[in-house]
Design a protein around this ligand. Structure first.
Ligand code: AFP
Length: 332
């Protein structure tokens, strides 16, 4: 049953996925993420009218051009967690080094991993954007700064999700007890529960990929894409193609409609494009909690032990049967 008057913090507290103390702390983290989301959504709504479109002229640690709104979204997240006593470290696509919160009276127990503004190429064309987050618990001995302490596999996530800035602003989260969807009510400025325990269809006829990269893929990936485009009534092919260039938006569609999102490795770039800790792992956690899965094509994305904070990884995320099917092609 949907309670359109249930606000995000209440929902997290009611879920009681953790011990009482941890539940309160995670509720606080998600409330702060929601606050950042509201600020970013407001920035995006006014983007064309203020001088925030376009590039900063800098490149990030990934070698990608940093848009003004990328920088602004990153600063927004850092600011809302400044001086908080729950999150100790923020790792972000836009910061080479982890940011350690210094203003708190006592250091937080958690690390937050972020893609502050996902789908940057959509900024100037008014297409969907997202923010992706993942929360890990730091070990008691961690100083919150050493890279080694921050290299956590996806299976250890305590919470994850994304904000989606589309026709409405959504916040989707999991704490390991199902996937829950909130919609920002712009009138009252609150995220309200609009779907709980979201389940991805077991299979779907949607594929989401940048097919312009076809020539760069392995034979297995090419054969999979050829397969989904063949006509076959019995297996409901051809599939439909949908691709926005925003990972969170494309995975959200797959979550609700069923199918597969893929960003495979390439012959001269086998690690692919997407980042493990703040893109692939959180969205795999969401998809798994909704009954789907996430794979590199060879192994589960959740079991990978990262060796670098900004590590990239090939990604196949979606409905359970679609992930299995793609894996068979990749491994053949
Ligand atoms: P950022 O805007 O955070 O760099 O993310 C963009 C992205 O990693 C992801 O959102 C898209 O799925 C993917 O890149 C799109 O890449 P292509 O332009 O290569 O298709």
């Amino acid at each position: 049953m949907i309670h359109a008057s249930t606000a995000l913090p209440t929902h997290v507290l009611n879920e009681q996925a953790f011990t009482p103390t941890d539940t309160i702390e995670i509720s606080h983290v998600l409330s702060q993420i929601a606050l950042a989301g509201k600020i970013i959504a407001s920035d995006l709504r006014h983007a064309g009218m203020s001088d925030v479109l376009g590039s900063t002229g800098k490149t990030n640690i990934q070698g990608e051009e940093v848009q003004k709104l990328d920088e602004r979204a990153n600063t927004t997240f850092v600011n809302v967690f400044e001086a908080n006593e729950v999150v100790r470290t923020v790792v972000s696509e836009e910061m080479e080094k982890p940011y350690v919160v210094r203003g708190a009276r006592r250091p937080g127990k958690y690390a937050l991993y972020l893609d502050p503004l996902d789908g940057s190429s959509n900024i100037d064309v008014d297409a969907p954007l997202g923010s992706i987050f993942s929360v890990h618990r730091l070990s008691e001995t961690s100083d919150g700064e050493s890279e080694q302490d921050l290299l956590k596999p996806g299976v250890d996530q305590v919470a994850a999700g994304y904000l989606l800035y589309g026709p409405s602003t959504l916040l989707v989260y999991t704490c390991g007890k199902g996937v829950h969807l909130f919609t920002l009510d712009p009138e009252i400025g609150e995220f309200l529960l609009t779907a709980q325990n979201v389940q991805a269809p077991a299979r779907g006829k949607l594929y989401s990929v940048n097919e312009g990269n076809y020539q760069k893929w392995s034979k297995g990936v090419q054969q999979y894409i050829d397969f989904v485009k063949e006509s076959d009534v019995a297996s409901d092919r051809p599939y439909s193609s949908r691709y926005s260039g925003c990972f969170a938006a494309d995975v959200h569609r797959v979550l609700l409609k069923g199918g597969l999102y893929l960003y495979p490795g390439e012959m001269d770039k086998p690690e692919g494009k997407l980042r493990l800790m703040y893109e692939a792992a959180p969205l795999t956690f969401v998809m798994e909690q909704a009954g789907g899965g996430g794979s590199t094509g060879v192994e589960s994305l959740q079991s990978i032990q990262p060796t670098r904070l900004h590590q990239r990884v090939p990604v196949f995320i979606g409905s359970h049967e679609n992930v299995q099917q793609a894996q068979q092609f990749v491994q053949a």
